[in-house]
Design a protein around this ligand. Structure first.
Ligand code: PLP
Length: 397
């Protein structure tokens, strides 16, 4: 018999009850089909606006075939970390291709974006240094900053004047500015040219997390920096390969010197098993699809415009986003959960995002659009959302 009265477990049970009271319990929904615009949940077909599979590649037949081919050619496991014996020619080819793709000298592949973000700052900075991060940065950038032991300063979202003041006041040895390129829960875009200007003026690194721009923005999907036309040695570009690229993994790209340093110093690169080489093979195929997906990106833009048009009567709940991330802000945690549940009743899946993922009082439905959606599916979403929001407005007023 387990001892269920240990104070350790009693404390956890109490804390879980508190989470319930605040409508903050997180639950997973278990899908029974591949990632696509329609998925099976509890045996029911639902229309999903919930993934980051912006180009609809996660279940693309060419990538499924590449997975089989990659496994036949390379087996399924790398067997060791990159620096021991797990680094293969296909990893090398992927790094070369990623560097070319984003227009940098070199790239280093990581197993996940989280692991890439906790690698960079600890490798470059220490106790006497300072990191300046946007208040809405992804949690992995926050964790990377904490691991580095550098002083972390957070500036108000996209507020360049506040950032300039912080930089002016800093006497740190090394400085680094960190930002999401496309903010993951708001969908808006960081002022990258201004950030680079400030980084240059203060001789700081500029770390750009392009998890949501890679594959979606810029010519041929080359990402947010390509869209803004920015290149500089002080830029550290982090991109992820589990969103628009449809697979999993991540990379850091930049100058050859930077990448060599990260290879020497990144603990989450060195002390972990290399991504399966078959995955690198799939990703090479995915990069080719991304570069030739202008039609998908055009369709995605049309879906974004259609969504915002359809939501025009409720424009005050939208955010200034031109990307496939289209939050609908509700505010209250319980109300957000209720609307998400009501939509699911009607076979529409929009995830409810609550604190601490977003600031308190700004709970929202995070609608994400994918090239796999049709205009008619977006119309179905805006019609159902409109009903819920007008009912909510009637309750509030
Ligand atoms: C998803 C995400 C990450 C983490 O990437 P994974 O590959 O999923 O670990 C990092 N930064 C941002 C902004 C993200 O949205």
């Amino acid at each position: 018999m387990p001892n269920t009265r240990s104070p350790l477990l009693v404390n956890l049970r109490d804390a879980l009850a508190d989470i319930d009271t605040a409508s903050l319990r997180r639950r997973r929904r278990t899908t029974e089909s591949p990632c696509a615009s329609q998925v099976t949940l509890n045996g029911r077909q639902v229309l999903a606006f919930a993934s980051n599979d912006y180009l609809g590649l996660a279940n693309h037949p060419q990538l499924v075939e590449a997975a089989a081919e990659g496994a036949r050619r390379w087996g399924v496991g790398a067997g060791a970390s990159h620096l021991v014996s797990g680094h293969s020619a296909v990893h090398e080819a992927l790094e070369d291709e990623l560097a070319r793709f984003v227009g940098c000298e070199a790239a280093l592949v990581f197993s996940t974006g989280y692991m890439a973000n906790i690698a960079i700052m600890p490798a470059l900075l220490g106790r006497n240094d300072e990191i300046f991060g946007d208040r809405l940065n992804h949690a992995s950038l926050v964790d990377g900053a904490l691991l580095s032991r550098a002083t972390m300063r957070r500036y108000p979202h996209n507020d360049m004047a506040a950032l300039a003041d912080m930089l002016n006041a800093s006497s740190a040895r090394y400085k680094l500015i960190a930002t999401d390129a496309v903010f993951s829960m708001d969908g808006d875009i960081a002022p990258l040219p201004s950030l680079l200007e400030l980084a240059e003026r203060h001789d700081a690194w500029l770390l750009v997390d392009d998890a949501h721009g890679f594959g979606v923005l810029g010519p041929r999907g080359h990402g947010s920096l390509a869209e803004a036309g920015l290149y500089a040695d002080r830029i550290i570009l982090m991109g992820t390969l589990g969103k628009a690229a449809g697979v999993a993994g991540a990379f850091v790209a930049g100058s050859r010197t930077l990448i060599e340093w990260l290879l020497q110093k990144s603990r989450s690169y060195i002390f972990t098993t290399a991504m399966p080489p078959m995955q690198a093979h799939i990703l090479l195929n995915s990069l080719e699809l991304i570069e030739n997906a202008d039609d998908r990106r055009r369709h995605l833009s049309a879906l974004i415009a259609r969504f915002r048009d359809g939501m025009a009567p409720y424009a005050e709940r939208l955010m200034p986003s031109t990307t496939p991330i289209q939050p609908v802000v509700i505010g209250d945690n319980a109300a957000t959960m209720d609307i998400a549940a009501a939509l699911l009743e009607r076979d529409i899946w929009t995830p409810a995002i609550r604190p601490p993922t977003v600031p308190a009082g700004s709970a929202r439905l995070r609608v994400s659009l994918s090239a796999a959606h049709s205009l008619a599916q977006v119309d179905q979403l805006t019609a159902a959302l409109g009903e819920q929001l007008s009912a909510l407005n009637a309750r509030v007023t």
